[in-house]
Design a protein around this ligand. Sequence first.
Ligand SMILES: Cc1cc2nc3c(=O)[nH]c(=O)nc-3n(C[C@H](O)[C@H](O)[C@H](O)COP(=O)(O)O)c2cc1C
Length: 405
Amino acid sequence: MKTRRQFPDLRFILPLINWGLPKFNNKSLLSKVVLIQDFKEIAARKVPKAVYDYVEGGAHQEVSLQRSADAFSRVEFQPNVLCDISKIDTTVEIFGKRISIPVIFAPTGYTRLMHHSGEIAVAEIAKKNNLIYCLSTMGTTAPDELALAVPNARLWFQFYLMKDRDASVKMIQRAQKHGFEVLILTVDTPVSGIRARDIRNGLTIPPRIGIKTLFDMAKKPQWWLNLLTTAPLEFAAFRGYNEPLAQIAAKIYDSSLNYDDITWLRTVWDGPIIVKGVQSISDAEKLADIGVSAIVLSNHGGRQLDKGPVILELLPKVVEKVGHRIDVFVDGGFMTGQDVVAAIAFGAKAVLVGRAYLYGIMAAGSDGVQKVVDILSSEISNTMALMGVSSIREIKPEHVKLRNS
Ligand SMILES: Cc1cc2nc3c(=O)[nH]c(=O)nc-3n(C[C@H](O)[C@H](O)[C@H](O)COP(=O)(O)O)c2cc1C
């Protein structure tokens, strides 16, 4: 049969037209973000390439990054149906207090480089959502400033033990005095990883302004305006050292760091110590033996040793050996709530996320970070419901496996 045609009738068409002018604020920008990975494209438009690459990139050929993404794609859930999931509880207890989802903001250096609102904005979102924020030793906000700016937040201090032990003690005492609850000692940086993107981009902190930069300024005016009209970028924890940044950086990584130092650190820090950057069962066992409170299985987001073990594959083996003695946290490449649920099923206490919230802050400042939390929260509870579990406690190893391909 032939379709009969007619002239368009304006009475039916007019109500379908959206007459509003396009809006360019965060609200309209964020309405387009459904998955955390949607932030990547927006972030890449907002910040200079060298900054975006610094966040996204890994060490050497970025094989670890690739393998970790591959591992997440091999996750297979084993759901149960006909379970009462009318109430879902996504909370988990960490060192005696509950947080709203099993996700912790990982320490990331130079956060004010990604967005001028920096560490304070992320810690505020953490507090608002009943989550934990880890401040990096390499932060662009000092521990005391952060604690004063975001009072009563749950703050952990990530620490690089320095060659100068007196300076180390002073720094962690300062953090403790200002209410930081946990010390996370990062141990996967005896030397810095070789990051090809940063070398190619000639990344410097703070960014140097050359001819190339001037072109970039024309393309990313808002980012540059914010950089130039807010407090200068600096390693804030080292303020008062009166030394050039390069010399401070050289002080930070102590390549002689070993197990005895951790035993010593336990006499200096009065609270839980977590060791971050563990990548083997034997190290996990030794650390449990010397009495640390927890470990973070981590390859520093693929930014240090390339081609190390795949953390998601290592997780259940480490939990089997030490999970009954210490908490095992994990990080590296977590971009969805499904990834988080899989790690919990493999025995992790909680997951640290780094890039996920950095993409959010680069794209839309603190609104972007809030959206990342919203996405993770709804994905975690959605996955739990579809798997037939109503609390984090009920997520068990039998709920997940890693396919071979
Ligand atoms: C831009 C950036 C800076 C980082 N800075 C630090 C740091 O100062 N200290 C630290 O222990 N880890 C640092 N990390 C590693 C994170 O804490 C975390 O281990 C890693 O980002 C997890 O992987 P993900 O980013 O894929 O979530 C950094 C990661 C990124 C992406």
